[in-house]
Design a protein around this ligand. Structure first.
Ligand code: UT7
Length: 325
């Protein structure tokens, strides 16, 4: 029997209209464009308008992904929304997106793995498609981190932005040869001992409030390059590929220094790294699909290319996905 591969048919992205630059931030907290850019590579970020919800951002990205894929909403039977900033505690914002798209069949749910959310969601969709339980999935990363930032804490509020990205993933029977399209391999990891290094200090079961993001940036940084490089090396070893065969590296966009360090450690040409952190900042689960969308729109990623995605975030959670586009 032919194996099923999860093939990415299309991608979309959405960024809210309002742009907040580093210079704008320097009017709110004691910081500067020089400090933020030198430490992170960020120049600006997008901020959702009042009343603009995570599900609104996700719906716009999903509509663009459907159009790019040439797929009708009614042909989707699975929606996985990766988010840590849902519209409400429940229901899942995925069902709001499902309703916005006019879909009344199949299943829709949220998945929470913070900045690793898109990698976890893509891997989850891949397993559902390969098992035959669903046929065509929308995998979305959408976030409004501006709503959980402490705008008086310069060590965190300068790092994040809002946005959404989405892909349409199709279950296809392929012949299983090495050059077949689709998701070739995914690896996921968590280690809850580190949960207090990057967390939100509120929640329905603890404080009854939404809370604010808190981070020990230096500690997160210290683990990031090692964890990410390890999971990439396992992904490549299991799939039989080497770093020099990767056409495009599309990492989670937290900090340019982490991206440069990871590329160096795994021996990747810096020209192959897709970087959007300068204009998007860290959009958590949305950052990878937003970066994919940029690299598809400007023609860098082409059909047949080998694309490696990776992320690390609160938990800690981390993981990698290798895709033949
Ligand atoms: O997506 C989830 C994963 N998150 C991440 O990957 C974030 C990982 N961490 C980082 O990217 C970096 O640790 C940061 C960018 C957050 C911070 O960079 P750093 O080089 O680790 O700086 P630091 O925290 O060690 O702070 C250095 C100095 C401190 O001042 P003193 O104590 O040396 O006088 C901070 O108070 O910089 C100060 N500082 C700032 N100064 C100007 C912290 N934030 C700011 C700021 N503007 N916004």
């Amino acid at each position: 029997m032919s194996p099923i591969r999860s093939v990415i048919l299309g991608c979309g992205g959405y960024l809210p209209e309002t742009v907040l630059t580093n210079n704008d931030l320097a009017k709110i907290v004691d910081t500067s464009d020089e400090w933020i850019f030198a430490r992170t590579g960020i120049r600006e970020r997008h901020i959702a308008a009042e009343g603009e919800l995570t599900s609104d951002l996700g719906t716009k990205a999903a509509l663009q992904a459907l159009e790019h894929a040439g797929v009708e909403a009614r042909d989707i039977d699975l929606i996985i929304l990766a988010t840590s900033t849902p519209d409400n505690t429940f229901p899942a914002s995925a069902v709001t997106i499902q309703a916005n798209l006019g879909i009344t069949h199949g299943a829709a749910f949220d998945l929470q793995a913070v900045c690793s959310g898109f990698v976890f969601a893509l891997s989850t969709a891949d397993n559902f498609l390969k098992s035959g339980q669903f046929r065509r999935a929308l995998v979305i990363g959408a976030e409004t981190f501006s709503r959980i930032l402490d705008w008086e804490d310069r060590s965190t509020c300068v790092l994040f932005g809002d946005g959404a990205g989405a892909v349409v993933v199709d279950a296809q029977k392929l012949n299983g040869a090495g050059l077949d399209r689709g998701i070739l391999m995914s690896e996921l990891r968590s280690d809850g001992r580190h949960r207090e290094k990057l967390y939100v200090d509120g929640g329905p079961s603890s404080t009854g409030t939404v809370g604010h993001l808190r981070m020990n940036g230096r500690e997160v940084f210290r683990h990031a390059v090692t964890n990410i490089s390890d999971v990439i090396e396992v992904t490549l070893a299991k799939s039989g590929y080497s770093a020099d065969q990767i056409d495009w590296f599309v990492p989670h966009q937290a900090n340019k220094r982490i991206l440069d360090g990871t590329a160096r450690k795994i021996g990747l040409d810096p020209e192959k790294v897709v970087i959007t952190v300068e204009k998007h900042a860290n959009t958590s689960a949305a950052s990878i699909p937003l970066a994919l969308n940029v690299a598809l729109e400007d023609g860098r990623i082409q059909r047949g290319d080998l694309v490696l995605m990776e992320a690390m975030g609160g938990g800690f959670t981390w993981g990698a996905v290798l895709v033949r586009w």
